[in-house]
Design a protein around this ligand. Structure first.
Ligand SMILES: [Zn+2]
Ligand SMILES: [Zn+2]
Length: 254
């Protein structure tokens, strides 16, 4: 099966509505998609997040895609920023609608924006930032409030990489899935998130995967999924996760 669980709409920093993403998904032969717009955050600010008052419109837009494309499974998800202490809010959010899954993301190290621009990285201590990022990532992985973690090695986005970084300590206690994201191929790093070395280790730790394009325009739905499937297979995966109202099942990859 091919399932794309990461895409954004006009309510945040994407273009278009779920029906348009669903139409492209059908054309590309995907079996299922999930809409995962940036969730509202009451206690910390990220410019591109939804307002809580947008949630009913968001849920209605996903329902409309389900209505127009009954032959495609369209899941209701969210991309949720992880910051320390966010868990009570994420649990509250979980009770508001019949979500299928939450993607957890680390976009900020304190007030340092991990994926904003290359200048941020050119003027920082790269080794230290990677350690700080993965410390937060490890906390997100153990938080018990996410179903999959999006773009796992996001700090490489602009090509600034820590040398000989050891991912193993962070992969030890992961209790959710991780995303294999083709978005990195469209970024300066020109590489799927996570790197092959990371994904090989994740397989050894028996961490399951989801697939995502992180599409911000409908045309990117399922983008480069042939490459994601090939990478996952090389790393030893033959199954991906599917989520229904936050219950996980494993289905064949590809
Ligand atoms: Zn993200
Ligand atoms: Zn995203």
């Amino acid at each position: 099966m091919l399932i794309d669980y990461h895409m954004h709409t006009r309510l945040t920093d994407g273009v278009g509505e779920p029906v348009e993403y669903a139409r492209v998904a059908m054309e590309r032969g995907l079996d299922e998609i999930g809409i995962s717009d940036h969730c509202p955050t009451p206690t910390f600010l990220a410019e591109c997040n939804m307002k809580q008052s947008d949630l009913p419109a968001y849920v209605a837009m996903v329902s409309e895609a389900r209505r127009q494309f009954p032959q495609l499974n369209v899941k209701l998800g969210l991309e949720v920023d992880f910051v320390p202490g966010c868990e009570p809010w994420v649990r509250e959010l979980a009770g508001m609608y019949p979500w299928d899954y939450f993607l957890g993301s680390v976009h900020f190290i304190g007030d340092f924006p991990v994926d904003r621009c290359t200048e941020d990285w050119a003027n920082t201590d790269v080794e230290q930032r990677w350690r700080q990022y993965f410390d937060l990532w490890g906390q997100a992985a153990r938080a018990g409030v996410f179903d999959s973690l999006a773009h796992p090695d996001l700090p490489k986005k602009f090509g600034f990489r820590a040398k000989n970084f050891d991912y193993r300590p962070y992969l030890k206690d992961v209790t959710c899935a991780i995303e294999v994201s083709t978005a990195g191929l469209r970024k300066p790093c020109r590489e799927i998130y996570p790197a092959e070395e990371f994904l090989t280790l994740a397989r050894q730790f028996e961490i399951p995967i989801t697939l995502g394009s992180d599409a911000h325009i409908p045309q990117d739905t399922g983008a480069d999924f042939d490459k994601a499937v090939a990478l996952a297979r090389r790393c030893g995966y033959n199954q991906i996760c599917r989520f229904t109202q936050r219950k996980r099942e494993l289905v064949p990859l590809g």
